[in-house]
Design a protein around this ligand. Sequence first.
Ligand SMILES: [Zn+2]
Length: 270
Amino acid sequence: MYNAGLGIKRFQIIQQDGTAAAVNTMANSDDIRNVLERINSIQKTLEELTGRLRRGPILLKIQENNICKQQDKLDKANEELQRLKSAAKQKELEAAASDQALAKRKQQLLESKSNKEYSALQMQIKADEQARSVLDDEAFEVIEKAEKFAETLPPLETELKKLQDVFNATKEKFLKEKPGIEGQIAEYAADLHQEEVKLPREFHEVYDRLVRSTGGAESLAVVAGQKFCGGCNQQVPINSLAQIMAKKPVQCSSCARLLYLPPDFEFDKG
Ligand SMILES: [Zn+2]
């Protein structure tokens, strides 16, 4: 077991044949391991920050859709209420017309000149009164329906108001945070560039290609648990670990991330 920590100037790789090969390690902060570690850390921070910038408008869009859906529900409910109210109004008008017709016939009854006409009017009035009674029932039913339906509107309005409040609060919070996040992104991007220029050429070729294809944070991974790719958890072969210790650019065979060692890495052949 060999410790590759900062304080140790040298560490050894136990090779397949059991002999030990000494590898130099730089203790200064520009050691390739430290540079890769810092780059990875900055990339993760940048990803988190850009994620926050991206999520803001997405969240607002979702909340806006919820408001639209709720508004739509409320509009439809209002339309239905208007329909019920005008149906009730219609029944009232019909009842009034029916009352008028009935009064007219009763007047005609008083003025009738023959028995035949009188009994015909009597029959007519009886039929009209029955129809009038049915109309009353119908009017009562539709009015009751409209009143009951009207009760469903306030909860819909309350919910709409709640959704609008949530949207406004989210928007205000995002607009307040946005300039700060953008400022941080600019600062970290400058830091990132400062670190990237320290990469040796052979690392640059691999790194640049990975950044182009993955967009950043997924271009690097630390070796975790002494032998696993910190990005995809695939085991890193012992030869690859030796290569990394020899300061060669080594990519994970599974996820292609460029690998680097943690400060407390201990090379263990077993
Ligand atoms: Zn991997």
